[in-house]
Write a protein that binds this ligand. Structure first.
Ligand SMILES: Nc1ncnc2c1ncn2[C@@H]1O[C@H](COP(=O)(O)OP(=O)(O)OP(=O)(O)O)[C@@H](O)[C@H]1O
Length: 299
């Protein structure tokens, strides 16, 4: 497998790459990460089962879409595919570790700049492109963790969030034996909560602490996106889900595009999506957390 991946790197970069050393990189929950070193170059590789190759293809497209905004750094995708019986994704290697206040201010400013972008709505099937529309979705489905994330273009944000985010995850959770007694009441209530008519923004989609990092040179980077066009508040809510980003991040963000005061009310409903997904991915421990969040939302 490693030779096949090396050969593909040589092919797409036009420079011979022969693997010399490989070491595991920890930090991800879904894929196995490795550093691949050879010919004075290093690459970051993610490996999963062959059936997951579409997940990597979607990640490449998400990284490219974010790169095209010219706002915030993402690792450059090199190639992806199947070698032996494994799916792989090769990315530019980045050296992390230079965290400081200025870098986190920049992370916030750059994320806000990215959120100001409304990418063209395009249908990969029809090859149509229409710019600047306030529609929500993406040109293909992707994954959140390894759960499918449905991105069918929808004109109305509430409809999109109820059907393709909360509703879809609840459906999967039911099949796994999840018990959410106030699910229907909650779904009926969403429209009342999300009546702020958000602008359609390009969002990262999975912005927990493990997916935001600062390079040794102090440059902010976002990793491993589950990109779509949605309400920017979904990203900010997720930064707060597992402990919060440094305060400088929020200061930087608000400098460029201040959050609406209603955000505080909405963030629990946005994070509920991720907690039900955690139930679907990691099991029952998250069921009671989701039910507590539902109670909190319903008041
Ligand atoms: N381009 C890169 N260069 C160097 N290290 C990287 C790079 N991308 C990711 N890493 C490191 O590897 C870790 C895991 O990466 P990543 O989050 O992309 O994996 P994953 O298995 O897809 O994760 P998740 O559980 O968030 O889905 C990161 O937290 C980071 O420390």
């Amino acid at each position: 497998m490693w030779t096949e991946i090396s050969n593909n790197i040589s092919k797409v970069t036009g420079e011979t790459f022969e693997i010399n050393t490989r070491r595991p990189v920890s930090g991800g929950c879904i894929n196995q990460g490795y550093a691949m070193i050879g010919n004075n170059r290093t690459y970051f590789i993610k490996i999963n089962q062959a059936s997951q190759v579409e997940m990597f293809e979607a990640e490449v497209l998400g990284l490219k879409q974010i790169f095209d905004t010219q706002t915030i750094r993402v690792p450059k995708p090199i190639c992806c595919g199947i070698a032996d019986d494994s799916a792989y994704l090769v990315l530019e290697w980045l050296e992390f570790g230079g965290s400081n206040t200025e870098s986190w201010l920049e992370m916030g400013r750059k994320l806000a700049a990215m959120h100001k972008v409304t990418p063209p709505t395009s249908s990969s099937l029809l090859g149509e492109t229409e710019g600047g529309q306030n529609r929500f979705g993406w040109h293909r489905n992707n994954t959140i963790g390894s759960t499918p994330q449905i991105n069918t273009w929808t004109d109305n944000w509430v409809e999109f969030f109820v059907e393709h985010r909360l509703g879809y995850q609840f459906q999967l959770a039911r099949r796994r034996g999840g018990y959410f007694p106030k699910q229907d009441k909650l779904l009926a209530f969403v429209a009342k909560f999300l009546n702020h008519q958000p602008k359609a923004s390009l969002v990262h989609g999975d912005l927990w602490g493990g997916n935001a990092a600062i390079t040794k040179l102090g440059e902010p980077v976002i990793l491993d996106p589950a990109t779509y066009v949605g309400d920017r508040e979904v990203d900010i809510a997720m930064t707060e889900l597992f402990g919060g980003f440094p305060g400088a991040f929020y200061r930087g963000y608000n400098e460029v595009w201040a959050l609406d005061s209603g955000y505080k009310k909405r963030k629990t409903i946005y994070n509920l999506y991720h907690i039900i997904n955690h139930f679907n991915l990691f099991g029952s421990g998250y069921e009671s957390q989701a039910n507590r969040m539902i109670e909190e939302i319903l008041g």
